[in-house]
Design a protein around this ligand. Structure first.
Ligand SMILES: Cc1cc2nc3c(=O)[nH]c(=O)nc-3n(C[C@H](O)[C@H](O)[C@H](O)COP(=O)(O)O)c2cc1C
Length: 289
């Protein structure tokens, strides 16, 4: 089973991603594609150094031409900086709830704009070097969930034939819900019927949570993995039980002191920017001392 460490802005730097044992995939925090296309210094923030897992760069855009320019530039930048040339793929963000993103037609504003979203995915797929995935919510708001906008989008995604299209991550909430709201896995049974690899995300803290979510789903074969965010902030070893049980690994859980030590060592290898160090200190109990 695929085990994805969620994209977390100003947190999932290389050191944090490398700290998480057992993961198969990790993501940078969200980047504005325009920023990466227009500003050379933005590329200093890309930290896809050698890793055990597949690394994804997560981007937000609403422009097809920008996607093509970005993919060409990504290839050039990585060839010029071989240390960072470990990018498995690019993920299009349709999930960030920030009003600033939504008001410029990016992120979850795209969920209902099926034609535009498919055009963006096809533009990202117009190359053969990187895989492409998408992370979406159930809709921009409750109304869109009731209108089943996610199904209109999945209907079109299912038609993509390009083998470089990898998977859809679904964050099982709409974009106006607060982070403490209950997750809504009601649609999962129907979603699992699509011939699309699906990674489920939201409120999964343990193997028991995962089993509770998928127990009633008969056809599980398209659910290829899970994505975890906040539980990894509490304990970066939250993937270990999954990895040992589902992927037949024999990883050992570390205590939180050891995790902190390991993180500090990783920070010496590739120092994260201060904004990451500050946010990790703020959000992760184990990094307080
Ligand atoms: C501090 C923080 C930053 C986040 N930044 C991003 C981001 O940059 N891109 C994204 O797609 N999701 C972002 N998310 C959402 C997570 O990727 C994930 O979808 C969400 O936390 C639900 O998963 P969980 O219940 O396992 O935490 C962020 C979440 C947190 C807590």
């Amino acid at each position: 089973m695929e085990l994805h460490l969620a994209s977390m802005e100003n947190i999932t730097c290389w050191a944090f991603r490398s700290l998480c044992q057992g993961i198969t995939d990790s993501y940078t925090g969200i980047f504005s594609m325009q920023y990466l296309v227009r500003r050379s210094k933005a590329w200093r923030e890309i930290d896809t150094f050698t890793s055990k897992e597949r690394q994804w760069i997560q981007v937000a855009t609403s422009k097809e031409q920008e996607c093509r320019e970005f993919m060409a530039r990504l290839k050039r930048e990585l060839l010029a900086d071989s240390e960072k040339n470990n990018v498995f793929g690019v993920q299009l963000n349709l999930s960030c709830p920030s009003p600033n993103i939504i008001k410029i037609g990016q992120g979850p504003a795209l969920i209902k704009r099926t034609v535009r979203t498919i055009a963006l995915l096809n533009a990202l797929l117009s190359q053969d070097n990187f895989k492409v995935s998408i992370k979406t919510r159930l809709g921009l708001n409750e109304f869109e969930v009731k209108q089943r906008k996610i199904f209109a989008l999945l209907n079109e995604i299912e038609k993509i034939q390009n083998p470089n299209f990898s998977h859809v991550v679904i964050h099982f909430r709409h974009a106006k819900e607060p982070s403490y709201a209950e997750y809504n896995y009601e649609f999962l049974k129907e979603i699992a019927e699509y011939k699309i690899p699906i990674v489920i995300n939201g409120g999964i803290n343990s193997l028991r949570d995962y089993n509770n979510i998928i127990d009633s789903i008969k056809n599980k074969k398209n659910i290829i993995g899970i994505m975890i965010g906040r539980a990894a902030l509490k304990n970066p070893d939250c993937f270990v039980q999954f990895s040992n049980t589902m992927n037949n690994n024999h990883l050992e859980e570390r205590g939180l002191n050891k995790i902190n030590q390991d993180f500090n060592e990783l920070c010496k290898i590739h120092p994260p920017r201060n904004i990451y160090l500050e946010k990790i200190k703020e959000m992760c109990e184990w990094n307080k001392t």
